[in-house]
Ligand binder design. Structure first.
Ligand code: FAD
Length: 257
């Protein structure tokens, strides 16, 4: 209790899903993907007003999954089955959030965590419950139009047509809106109303960090406490979390010598 914790920059946005066919046509320059070619993927990045907007955790042939950890919030993420044989391609598409981007008490280490939670709760309210996620077609999102219907998509609990501008913080909305047409210039076919934006992709990495000594890996106030992995702010994804786990285990072993 009351141990030192720090706020940490993270990224937040939406999950975007296209028919896999569109991504294949764009990346392989063909009408139909060849029999021996895997479902294609992409990686896109753009700077808008000094912040990165980027695709994250792109899942070819994948599924958008509900990943909330508490009632009253919506969090989406994505995954691909090993055969990557779902007819959709999804990717997190998120905006970098620096410490100064979130107003509030600078000394509050949970400032960005609270911000993240507010957006997740706004998404829940907009969806109306039962893990139904707010969603909008891509061009409608950019042009500020309500989507009169939504494309069939992989998010099992269901999607509800929503003006995502009302769910996302202004700076996140604005940067996504600017970036998407630019992504379309880099990748033919990407910028289309056949794509759906599903809110919110908010757990790209942790918005808090539990500090630790660079050599001993232990918390500066509590010896024997090894902050480790994604939740402690030292990883974002399976590989970085695994490597951090190995480093912490080795550091812990040294204390037993
Ligand atoms: C749907 C989905 C798809 C993903 N796909 C990918 C991907 O393709 N590639 C990729 O790199 N990353 C992916 N990720 C992210 C990846 O899962 C995480 O980055 C990674 O698991 C973080 O590892 P970790 O060990 O730090 O934390 P975790 O894997 O979350 O492990 C933390 C563990 O601590 C346990 N725990 C929590 N509280 C307590 C407590 N009080 N007492 C005891 N135990 C506790 C939890 O049960 C859990 O087992 C995905 C995540 C999701 C949700």
């Amino acid at each position: 209790q009351n141990i030192l914790v720090e706020a940490k920059p993270f990224a937040l946005g939406v999950r975007i899903e296209h028919p896999q066919e569109i991504i294949d046509q764009s990346q392989y320059h063909c009408e139909v993907r060849g029999e021996y070619l895997p479902p294609s993927y992409y990686s896109l990045v753009e700077q808008v007003d000094g912040r990165g907007v980027f695709s994250f955790c792109m899942c070819p042939g994948g599924i958008i999954a509900p990943c909330a950890t508490k009632p009253g919030e919506i969090v989406v993420n994505g995954w691909s089955p090993s055969k990557r044989n779902n007819p959709f391609a999804n990717s997190g598409t998120v905006v970098q959030i620096n410490l100064e981007d979130v107003l509030g008490d600078e000394n509050d280490p949970f400032r960005l965590l609270n911000f993240q939670q507010q957006v997740e709760q706004a998404a829940f309210t907009a969806g109306g419950g039962n893990q139904i996620a707010p969603a909008q077609r891509m061009i409608d999102f950019v042009e500020g139009k309500f989507s009169t219907d939504l494309p069939i998509n992989s998010y099992v609990p269901g999607t509800k047509s929503t003006m995502l501008k009302e769910v996302l913080p202004d700076k996140i909305f604005y940067r996504l809106k600017e970036a998407l047409p630019q992504f379309g210039k880099k990748m033919k076919g990407y910028y289309t109303n056949e794509a759906i934006l599903v809110g919110v992709e908010s757990r790209t990495s942790s918005p808090v960090k539990i500090p630790r000594d660079k050599i001993s890996y232990q918390h500066p106030q509590i010896s024997g406490l090894f902050p480790c992995g994604e939740g402690a702010g030292y990883a974002g994804g399976i590989i970085s979390a695994a490597i951090d786990g190995i480093n912490c285990a080795e550091a812990a072993l040294k204390t037993l010598d």
